[in-house]
Design a protein around this ligand. Sequence first.
Ligand code: XIL
Length: 453
Amino acid sequence: MRRALIALLGAGALLLAALVAVALPAAAAPSTLREAAAAKGRVFGAAAAQSHMGESAYASTLDREFNQLTPENEMKWDTTEPSRDAFNFGASDQLVAHAQAQGMKIRGHTLVWHSQLPGWVGGISSRDDLLSAMRNHIAKEAGHFAGKIAYWDVVNEAFQDGSGARRDSVFQRVIGDGYIEEAFRTARAADPTAELCYNDFNIDGQNSKSNAVYALVKDFKARGVPIDCVGFQAHLTLGNVPSDMQANMQRFADLGVDVHITELDIRMSTPADGSKLATQASDYKKVVSACLAVSRCTVITVWGVTDKYSWVPDVFPGQGAALLFDDNYGKKPAYEASLEALGGADPGDPGDPGTVTCTYARTAQWDTGFNGQVTVKAGASAVSSWTAVLTMGSGQQISGLWNGTPSTSGNVVTVRPVGWNADLAPGASASFGFTVNAPGGNQAAPSLTCGSP
Ligand code: XIL
């Protein structure tokens, strides 16, 4: 009897185990940056501008991929307090509401900075007056958003490149070294729940400037000045991720602050091409991996959603293509690399071996151009979508494309289905065609790779 009961219990346990196994299939790898980052206990953000939020592809890409939003300009002093003690939070309130509705954290950017500063601040020459203007600005702005901001960039870019000396600014000149400390103390009082960060560029690796910031953080920690995090802007150039980025972030973390990558972009000379985009992908992977290797590196934020609106071409003429999505919101190799580094997988990754093969044929040609056709063929199993990546030769440009949806970044054209030709039964194929303008007469076949789904 007792043995029978035990056997019954054993069978019951087995049955339960089988049920659990059915009910809990192995989780698929996360397929967006925000999900993949969350699975690693990290946050993946983007800078966003209220002026683009009406563009549906912009907002939907932002919402799908990112779980932290940094207002690109809307919280800067010239916008929020254009004249003394007259505050304007219109655009920033809209971004905050959007972020909250999407479950995104908000990075406040930035309270005290020498740039995008209204003229009236620069005109103040008495120490007491400037201290009181700065304290009022921080108290009113951080106070306005109190409770809604996860991280504040309290002071931005206070050190000089090269020497690591303090940057010459009205705050430095009129108030002196103590202005940074004053700013942090005022911010803590105005919003006790936000993490307070110092943020700067060219401090991603170890150099005299990051050494100066390190000394500041160490001093603040020793004296109990409130500081919780350091933001590494990481405005990088192609092929130049500092090899000691991880070690540099780690030494800050060891001081007892979180470290954030706050404005990541990796610019290249334009136009982009396949090899530059591949280098950029490996650069992004290095940055993401460096952050993941530092337990206190909790946030990675890119400085924009799409190359279409990046600040880079305006400020660095001839350079661009610095972000994860191209001008048409297509995912770049850097996107795939970042997602993979986070342990995610893109179901539409053109780099996946996939189960499709593709072939190219020239269907017409003339002196200054030609027509091409790509046929994508499923292997032994059906596919529900496919991707073909064409790298155009020099002097070639696609002027028209049919039966496919192109997304262009420099000379790389990623083609996805139009809808009706996405599903392919085993062994079935779909074709798309295109016209290439080649004024120089370059009729060479574009190089072609494809994947699925
Ligand atoms: C840039 C914005 O992206 C531009 O739209 C604006 O015209 C200038 O400022 N470091 C920073 C950011 O901390 O605030 C800057 O943002 C880029 C460099």
